[in-house]
Design a binder for this molecule. Sequence first.
Ligand code: PBG
Length: 327
Amino acid sequence: MSHELHFDRHRRLRQTASIRKMVRETSLHINDFIYPVFVTEGEQVKNEVASMPNVFQWSLDLLDGEIDEVVSLGIPAVIVFGVPAHKDAVGSSAYNDQGIVQKAIRQIKKNHPDLTVIADTCLCQFTDHGHCGIIEDGNVLNDPTLDLLAKTAISQAEAGADIIAPSNMMDGFVAAIRHGLDEAGYTDVPIMSYAVKYASAFYGPFRDAAHSSPAFGDRKTYQMDPANRLEALREARSDIKEGADFLIVKPALSYLDIIRDVKNETGYPIVAYNVSGEYSMMKAAALQGWIDEKSIVLEKLTSMKRAGADLILTYYAKDVARWLLES
Ligand code: PBG
């Protein structure tokens, strides 16, 4: 019977675990991961974020243990988010030499010079209105905000940040930051731009973690409409022209098509940001016992790499590191 039928035998390459490994096209490696760290003022603070189990805000006196763990697991990079005590209309704690992010960067680099420290460069955690720029008559002003972003990036580089990651979505932010860094002598500090950042409901838990919800309105005049694909390519092209070295696509899971398009179109190093809401959804289902957390997380993260991501920014990075060591 089978001698007369002609068809392909795909199952030949699926017969054993060993053969499956040999033909596997995508795999996760510890070097692919970036772990987010929330730092806050005060002492003896280790606050679990209510909507993100196992994610904490750390005060600096307790931070070393967390960073030592990241390093011992072999994770190559962290991204630092600040939760400052002082907020004002112009986000001045973002570009203060004694700001929480600047202090954290100095402390981390002192103890672990080889760990790559990425600074998130935005104003929303530092403004009392929670927007990512200066406000006038209820509008977020583009150009006056650029100077403050450049000042923030320079002070982060001065503190020792290895990479600047601007996430505010003002037009021209990469140009302004590149210019500012170069003038200040930081020509070798790369920019990992949040080039493609959607106005997404998946950031909800992060805003709990970072206390950065807008006090009025929303971010739709600067973050992108989730319905748009071609606009993502325009955003990516602008950032490359302005000097970006890496491109972030955010969120990741509902935007795998965008990751693939941006990778194909640009060939640049692409970072998938597996955002807070994506984490919380998986975590909640896992805590209910409804899903197999390890298998589902690894499958999802693999899909991001398969889509074209080179790096993945995820709250699951420490778990993944442990799982990769097990397998
Ligand atoms: C700051 C910033 C946000 C995130 C990273 N940087 C929040 C926002 O734009 O509201 C979200 C990260 C996450 O949800 O994990 N602009």
